[in-house]
Ligand binder design. Structure first.
Ligand code: NDP
Length: 234
């Protein structure tokens, strides 16, 4: 059965792999990006998730194109890494406003249609560092840890309406976000990953798709690591 799927930040990186995975199953997939440009074969809408009006407008366009969103993947996110004493108020609030408050904005909007339909799947893309912590990423880790409390609250609030809310916590994935890390830092990270390599974007997408599938109908409030063992025990 073809569902209406929305992936924020689905124009590149992990989000694009997620969007392609759903499209390959025959779902109707819309992606958001700040430019509004869509990758070939996908429906794209412009949406900066830090702007509530753009979020509302994007949902209206998606609903007109493919109906109410039945599966929401909140994937858009940024980093602004620096050590605490150098971290400005803006460095902190911009990351939280995008990764955590931005997710709140899209989830809240998507939940309206899901509540009416009495079904829905919500998957939030967090990170291994949300639970493990990471020097130089206090802003990012705080925003990603916040997603866990947010998701678990929604699991309780929306569960009776047949809406599941889960979190995927990737480790290091080969995308533009990790490209900027120096060779020394990359080697340091890989030394701590039992599988000894980065994840591909498809490896994250496969788990997201599972959580939105019938096979995962009794999973809600879960935090699923896709981190090659990096965060074990956290
Ligand atoms: P990329 O930097 O490749 O892509 C980020 C995506 O987020 C882009 O589509 C970007 O859109 C979108 N985005 C950023 N800010 C906004 C905003 N204000 N409004 C709307 N969209 C926005 O990152 P990845 O694919 O690597 O990361 C995707 C998610 O996975 C993020 O949440 C990230 O934190 C998380 N993650 C990534 C890991 C990794 O190792 N790469 C590890 C763990 C988690 P645009 O093209 O318009 O800029």
């Amino acid at each position: 059965m073809s569902r209406s799927v929305l992936v924020t930040g689905g124009n590149r990186g992990i989000g694009l792999a997620i969007a392609r995975a759903f499209a390959a199953e025959g779902d109707k997939v819309a992606v958001t990006s700040r430019s509004g440009e869509a990758p070939e074969g996908l429906f794209g809408v412009k949406c900066d998730i830090t702007d509530p009006e753009q979020v509302e407008q994007a949902f209206k366009e998606v609903e007109a194109h493919q109906g109410n969103v039945e599966v929401l993947i909140a994937n858009a996110g940024i980093t602004k890494d620096t050590l605490l004493l150098r971290m400005s108020e803006d460095d902190f609030t911009e990351v939280v406003d995008t990764n955590l408050t931005g997710t709140f904005r899209v989830v809240k909007r998507a939940s309206k249609g899901m509540l009416r339909a009495r079904k829905g799947r919500i998957v939030l893309i967090s990170s291994v560092v949300g639970l493990l912590g990471s020097a130089g990423q206090a802003n990012y880790a705080a925003s990603k840890a916040g997603l866990v409390g947010f998701a678990r609250s929604l699991a309780r609030e929306l569960g009776s309406r047949n809406i599941t809310t889960n979190v995927v916590a990737p480790g290091f994935v080969d995308t533009a976000m990790t490209e900027v890390l120096g060779e020394d830092r990359k080697a340091e990270i890989l030394a701590q990953v039992p599988l000894g390599r980065y994840a591909s974007t498809e490896e994250v997408a496969g788990v997201v798709r599972f959580l939105a599938s019938d096979a995962a109908s009794y999973i809600t409030g879960a935090v699923i690591p896709v981190d090659g063992g990096l965060g074990m025990g956290h």
